[in-house]
Design a binder for this molecule. Sequence first.
Ligand SMILES: NC(=O)c1ccc[n+]([C@@H]2O[C@H](COP(=O)([O-])OP(=O)(O)OC[C@H]3O[C@@H](n4cnc5c(N)ncnc54)[C@H](OP(=O)(O)O)[C@@H]3O)[C@@H](O)[C@H]2O)c1
Length: 315
Amino acid sequence: MRYNKLGWSNLLVSAVALGCAQFSNQFTKTRKSAADMVAIMHRALDLGINLWDTAPSYGNGASESVVGRALQGRRDKVVLATKVRSHATMPEMVEGSCNESLQRLGTDYIDVLQIHWPSYDEPNELAIAGLARLVKAGKVRYAAVSNFNREQTDLAACVYPVASNQLPYALVWRYEEPLIQHCGAQHIGVLAYSPLGEGILTGRYDESSTFPPGDVRNHCVFFRPEVMPHALRATAVVKRVAQKHGVTPAQVAINWTARQPHISSVIVGSSSLQQVEQNATAVGWELDEEDHRQLAAAGEQYMAAAPRFRTMWDR
Ligand SMILES: NC(=O)c1ccc[n+]([C@@H]2O[C@H](COP(=O)([O-])OP(=O)(O)OC[C@H]3O[C@@H](n4cnc5c(N)ncnc54)[C@H](OP(=O)(O)O)[C@@H]3O)[C@@H](O)[C@H]2O)c1
């Protein structure tokens, strides 16, 4: 495992992080028991994945609760990142959300507390002021944001220093590159989420794939009929590169994202021990120049051909 500093902070985070949305039985089709989820988290830690990313909204607290179980006896080994519940725009609401998270997580501090989504109705500065209060109170080590655009990030940083911005970033979602560059220049860490494009880049799916009701992929843009052929063309390149190196397409897609400039860590969702083992070993080896050229071209071709959406889940 490789480790990077999270922006200007003192935190050293693994280049591959554990996405904990998968531990809510909300987003994936594979239902898992709490014991299975805890086993995946412990395996991740054994493999050097020290950054875990959860949120109150993942299963309405279910993810944080099971993460809390997995943390028992291991709290000091994990860089714990969670988020503030939606619509918490006032400092007291941010504090209330944090207190609920601390209770579910069974800990007395959060390493990185992120505003999950910016508000477009209320000034985000008040929520950031709430984070600042929590840092001063010792409940949070670093204030952070997620899905903030350039202007929102700059405004937030004027109120209080933010350690990172969590943004979507995959070979087939490169819209945030100018923002990532901007964050890097400000020494704000970047946590890249959904590097597999919700699984499309793993090569497991084709146009005949269907998902049960409730599966996030029913409204994920890469699986829409007008987008999927473009995404599958990029996936074919990922598969070819994977074959050349004797690794899986998921490992190539994660490696590519982790090697882009200013990326502190890549947050991958793993639904099984096998997946977490593959994903943890997606870094620590290098793609060559020709691979990078082919992958970049595949991403650019996708971006030029596929319709653009506001988020990965635009309906
Ligand atoms: N800040 C935000 O707004 C935001 C938004 C989205 C996500 N996130 C964070 O980012 C994390 C990851 O995002 P994501 O789950 O949306 O996308 P992702 O990591 O691109 O895709 C994860 C899915 O890909 C499949 N997968 C993973 N590893 C695999 C492997 N080695 N081989 C084959 N298939 C594999 C699994 O599907 P199956 O489960 O079907 O097996 C898994 O659920 C989340 O858990 C969350 O922590 C944050």
